[in-house]
Write a protein that binds this ligand. Structure first.
Ligand SMILES: CCCCCCCCCCCCCC(=O)SCCNC(=O)CCNC(=O)[C@H](O)C(C)(C)COP(=O)(O)OP(=O)(O)OC[C@H]1O[C@@H](n2cnc3c(N)ncnc32)[C@H](O)[C@@H]1OP(=O)(O)O
Ligand SMILES: [Mg+2]
Length: 270
């Protein structure tokens, strides 16, 4: 595993939600008194990297049904962790699979950020005001050909989450470094319904807290790996489909090729 991050240079600007501009102090002098410097350093570094990869609403006009997921990041013991869920066995689609809180767009959602926050509230009880939204990353396309946008948000380590048993059976966290330096990893080729051949990552994570192993693969693993590549800027211990020296353009090319295969398949079915 990567070196512990407690040694990260602190203190950056205060990250307390609710404080802006001139109200933001440094970690030493902040009125919120709260966050230890290492946490601030980790978040500030991640925030700077993530903002470079923000796609905003660049893909919002593509003619595919939309869904969004929240990639909730938190700092524990000075290291970034990612919150994931296990889907309820009662669900019609992908029961028992690991995924991020998220779901399909509803008419009342004004954008993908709204969808991700609404779904996170419905599925794990995470209040939108407890999430500091940082950016939207390159979308993916799921088995049903929904365009899925990952929205990255920071949440306090003290967040309280409760699975909604209709949709979520478990909630767990994984150190983000695991998605570049895994202990148990497999990869295989996968042909999407549109005929696009892609690499699938599959991680087994042994969770000490729950004393069980979780299998994280497919679209969820793609998003987790991409997030870790963006934030750490390091070469992973396994192969990826991106040119790591040109991560922005190569991830965009990857998405465009995937999208083109879906689009072509739709046209040929007309
Ligand atoms: C950088 C570029 C990356 C590119 C990556 C390309 C990789 C390519 C790899 C491709 C590999 C592809 C292969 C793989 O990845 S498969 C591999 C592993 N699986 C995954 O990675 C999971 C991926 N899927 C998802 O994350 C979700 O399915 C998404 C977010 C896409 C959709 O969201 P979701 O499915 O969660 O939608 P929802 O939350 O709106 O609704 C869920 C259901 O719940 C019902 N419901 C709602 N409320 C209630 C209630 N109160 N009581 C009871 N039920 C309720 C509701 O009606 C709905 O039912 P139904 O209508 O489904 O029956
Ligand atoms: Mg869902």
């Amino acid at each position: 595993m990567a070196a512990e991050r407690e040694e990260e240079p602190g203190p950056g600007p205060c990250l307390c939600p609710g404080l802006t501009g001139g109200e933001r102090g440094t970690a030493g002098g902040c009125r919120c008194s709260a966050l230890p410097a290492p946490r601030q350093g980790v978040l500030e570094k991640a925030r700077r990297r993530l903002r470079q990869f923000d796609v905003g609403d660049k893909f919002s006009r593509l003619p595919l049904p939309r869904a969004a997921v929240l990639l909730p990041l938190t700092v524990r013991a000075g290291r970034l962790h990612l919150l994931l869920t296990v889907r309820s066995m009662q669900l019609r689609r992908s029961p028992g699979e690991v995924c991020f809180p998220g779901g399909k767009r509803e008419a009342t959602d004004k954008d993908d950020i709204d969808t991700a926050l609404r779904e996170a509230k419905e599925e794990v009880g995470l209040q939108p005001e407890k999430v500091e939204v940082i950016c939207r990353l390159m979308p993916g396309i799921d088995k049903m050909n929904n365009l899925v946008t990952p929205v990255v948000g920071f949440v306090e380590d003290t967040f309280e989450v409760t699975p909604n048993p209709d949709e979520v059976s478990e909630i767990f966290v994984v150190p983000l470094e695991y998605f570049v330096k895994p202990l148990n990893y497999k990869t295989f080729s996968y042909k999407t319904s549109s005929g696009y051949l892609t690499r699938i990552h599959c991680f087994i994570y042994d969770d000490q807290e729950h004393r069980k192993s979780f299998k994280i693969w497919g679209l969820t693993a793609h998003f987790a790996v991409f997030l870790a590549l963006v934030i750490f800027g390091e070469r992973p211990t396994f192969e990826v489909d991106y040119d790591l020296d040109n991560l922005i353009s190569s991830s965009e090319n990857y998405f465009i090729n995937l999208y083109a295969s879906v689009h072509e398949r739709k046209k040929s079915n007309l």
